[in-house]
Structures are given as C-alpha cells and as structure tokens.
Design a protein around this ligand. Structure first.
Ligand SMILES: [Zn+2]
Length: 140
C-alpha cells in the first residue's frame, strides 16, 4: 500500500490519526478472518444451497444438516456467505456484531477475494433453486 507508506514516513513526521490506525487494524483483522472463513469452507463440514426461497432472509444456516443457505437475489452473496460463516466461527457474537463484522469484511474485499468466495459457493453448492450456478457473479 504505497499511500500507507507516504503517511507513515511523511517528512513532517506527523502522528497518524486514530482513524488511520483503526482502518489499518480493521484491514489486518479482515485478512485474518478472511483466512479463517476460507479454512472453514475448505474443511468440508458445510455444504451450500443457493436459493431464492429463503423466506425473506439473505441467508441462514441449517445446523442439523450442515447447510448454509444463500439467497443471491436479496443481498451480495459474498457478504451473506461471510455473514453466515461468521455465525459458525463466532457463535458467541450477537446478530448486530455479526452484521457489523461482515459488512466491514465485505468493504475490505478486493476483486480477487470476491471471486474466491463465488468460486467457493459454486464448488460447495449441493443445490440451486431459482438460480443457476452461472448466475452467480461477484459484485464489484
Ligand atoms: Zn445473522
């Protein structure tokens, strides 16, 4: 990140703003959590169903059958996948915290990561209802 460097080593030697620190920290946190999400998905414990019939929910988890349901028509599907996997990774967090965390993570996703999540959905999908695999596209 060249812009970061300029800020950090600027000739005036100014201190970084608290906002900058927060942003940097959140970026690192996003990286770590993103890797945990991929590890969870790679672990093979959960399959995915892509469907437009989710009763108005962007997604939800069926823990009895280890299925993550995603509705790509209601919300960017990558963000919903992040949201649902965070529920699995962090069962102690309430809905509001999960929403904050997943939208933060989603903001930090570059195109490559969005594509990676779409590829995971396509690889792990065991069913499609109302949507086809080819309809799934990353939102950038
Ligand atoms: Zn939720």
């Amino acid at each position: 990140m060249p812009r970061t460097h300029t800020l950090q080593h600027g000739k005036e030697g100014k201190h970084l703003s608290p906002y900058f620190h927060a942003r940097e920290y959140k970026g690192k946190m996003s990286d770590i959590i993103f890797r945990r999400i991929l590890r969870l998905l790679q672990g093979g414990d959960f399959d995915i169903v892509v469907t437009t019939k989710t009763g108005g929910e962007a997604g939800y988890i069926d823990y009895e059958n280890n299925l993550i349901y995603l509705n790509p028509k209601l919300f960017p599907v990558e963000e919903t996948l992040i949201h649902e996997t965070l529920h699995i990774l962090k069962p102690e967090l309430d809905e509001q915290s999960i929403i904050e965390m997943s939208s933060l993570m989603f903001e930090h996703l570059d195109e490559k990561r969005r594509d990676t999540l779409i590829a995971f959905i396509q690889a792990l999908a065991v069913g499609y209802r109302g949507v086809k695999s080819n309809d799934l596209k990353a939102s950038y």
